[in-house]
Design a protein around this ligand. Structure first.
Ligand code: PXL
Length: 270
């Protein structure tokens, strides 16, 4: 038997909702073979500052070669890359072993407030990683930081931002409107046309891992050979179910529920 193969290059989130943990749960739910290169280990609990332990560059490189040489990949996703050095190493590896599809989630700040990308790493992300990407998936805050632009808070502003982000060289840009006031519409841009993915706001604070799971689901669908439009549409439904059925553990921000789409989506949605 063969399964589409997907590698995530991202951080470990010990609480299980985000990062590598969210990616692997999502890959399993979407029935692709998941692999992981750990770039950093994040230990965050509801009351303390997060502790972050960074992987050595040698460890990043060795894990990448282990996954690539043992299995190979049909798609790669990047999440938390944290430092300029890890970004440069990741760019080098992905340039020398170009994946058929590369989804870049420009993770900057976790839902619980951890800084997951150093300020001096943003330029490297723009210059070294974005040009390699099939898709980049910034949320509104990330788009504002990347473009050094204030107040992306309307659909029109999201479209303008998508155009500017496209100039960094990815094939597609997905600007995610989850932080809008009265909608959670996303915008996909291919350099010519826009596709809007409308969604009503879901009233919950338990959204840790939503962005990770969304981009992981997109990578999974791309690995199966779906078009970008199909992959993003399916992944949006997947993550919407995961947010609608979010898990609370009674201690601050809970987790998106990775199995919700499988359990609750009508079969004909799939
Ligand atoms: O949700 C963003 C995110 C990504 N990656 C890691 C994280 C988080 C949020 O906590 O810990 C490793």
């Amino acid at each position: 038997m063969v399964l589409p193969r997907v590698l995530t290059i991202a951080g470990s989130a010990a609480q299980g909702s985000a990062g590598i943990q969210a990616d692997l749960k999502t890959f399993q739910e979407r029935d692709v073979y998941g692999m992981a290169v750990v770039t950093a280990i994040v230990a965050k609990n509801p009351v303390t500052e997060s502790s972050i332990f960074t992987s050595d560059l040698e460890a990043v490189e060795a894990q990448f070669h282990a996954a690539n040489e043992s299995v190979g990949f049909d798609a790669v996703k990047t999440g938390m890359l944290f430092t300029k050095e890890i970004i440069e190493k990741t760019a080098e590896l992905l340039s020398n072993h170009t994946p058929p599809q590369l989804v870049v989630d420009p993770v900057m700040i976790g839902k619980m407030g951890s800084q997951l990308l150093r300020d001096d790493a943003i330029e490297a992300m723009k210059e070294r990683i974005f040009p390699l990407a099939s898709l980049i998936t910034p949320n509104l805050h990330e788009a504002e930081k990347i473009l050094d632009m204030g107040n992306i808070n309307t659909l029109q502003a999201m479209k303008e931002a998508a155009k500017e982000l496209h100039e960094f060289g990815p094939d597609y840009v997905l600007v995610k409107g989850g932080a809008l006031k009265d909608s959670a519409v996303d915008v996909l841009y291919d350099g010519k046309d826009f596709m809007e993915l409308p969604q009503e706001r879901i009233d919950t604070i338990h959204t840790s891992g939503a962005g990770c799971s969304y981009s992981a689901a997109i990578a999974a669908e791309l690995a199966k050979g779906q078009t970008m439009e199909q992959a993003v549409t399916l992944a949006k439904a997947y993550v919407t179910y995961a947010i609608k059925h979010a898990l609370s553990f009674g201690r601050g921000i809970g987790s998106t529920y990775h199995a919700a789409y499988r359990k609750y989506a009508d079969k004909h949605d799939q």
